[in-house]
Design a protein around this ligand. Structure first.
Ligand code: 13P
Length: 250
């Protein structure tokens, strides 16, 4: 059985006081034991997250990392630094990183390798633009992004990955993919991984959906057979909304 994962992505939002509010809420709320929950916070908040979430079920992680462990890369954050703050996860290849910071498939793979090297769990984001969907290219785009990572990794490293399907047209737009649309892409990723790599990898691979997921639509998405959790942007900045989504996954 794949354990569901509900991960929040704060992007360049949030504050120290929001971390504290989440810390308090997580200590007071019974989060479902059969769900993993995590927040990907901006790097300057990692130490606060570590302190606020240490005795709660909430894990924390980074939103990107450089492929080098250290060096003259002003402004960047490395895998060993995230690991020092006991981050469990790191997002790699979010569509905003791909589009705004020119991260191509090779850069995504290099970052995934760097994450695995220090014991982080990379959450690799894939997804098509509206133009690509309208042109009928969803499957080829998404499977291409998945292969760009999986084909470059050793078998052991592949097993550490989480994949998040985030259609670009659904991110921050309020337009959620329908449960059928999301399920169809998730099923096609799983079946491709089964055929190309191994049945065990496909069966164990956690596939998250992201794109305008909120408390009101979480259940219908999370009950799809190939959707193993969510990657939540806007709604992860509201304590009640995010915890409600975590409950839906339980
Ligand atoms: P929204 O939930 O705000 O659409 O963002 C999704 C996302 O990009 C999570 O990584």
């Amino acid at each position: 059985m794949r354990k569901p994962l509900i991960a929040g992505n704060w992007k360049m939002n949030g504050s120290l006081s929001l971390i504290d509010r989440f810390g308090e809420a997580c200590s007071e709320t019974d989060l479902p034991l059969n769900v993993e929950v995590a927040l990907m916070v901006p790097a300057p908040y990692l130490d606060a997250a570590r302190r606020a979430f240490a005795d709660t079920p909430m894990a924390w992680g980074g939103q990107t990392l450089h492929d080098q462990a250290a060096g003259a890369f002003t402004g960047e954050v490395s895998g060993p630094m995230l690991a020092e703050f006991e981050a469990r996860y790191v997002l790699v290849g979010h569509s905003e990183r791909r589009a705004l910071f020119q991260e191509d498939d090779a850069a995504v793979l290099a970052r995934v390798v760097a994450a695995v090297d220090v014991g982080l769990v990379p959450i690799v984001c894939v997804g098509e633009t509206l133009e690509e969907r309208d042109a009928g290219d969803t499957e080829s785009v998404v499977l291409g992004q998945v292969d760009a990572v999986l084909a470059g990794l050793e078998a052991r490293a592949r097993e550490r990955l989480v994949v998040a399907y985030e259609p670009v047209w659904a991110i921050g737009t309020g337009k959620t993919a329908t449960p059928e649309q999301a399920q169809a892409v998730h099923a096609s990723i799983r079946s491709h991984v089964n055929k190309t790599y191994s049945e065990a990898l496909a069966e164990g691979l956690r596939l998250l959906y992201g794109g305008s997921m909120k408390a009101a639509n979480a259940t219908e998405l999370l009950t799809q057979p190939d959707i193993d959790g969510g990657l939540i942007g806007g709604a992860s900045l509201q304590v009640d909304d995010f915890l409600a989504i975590c409950q839906s996954a339980g």
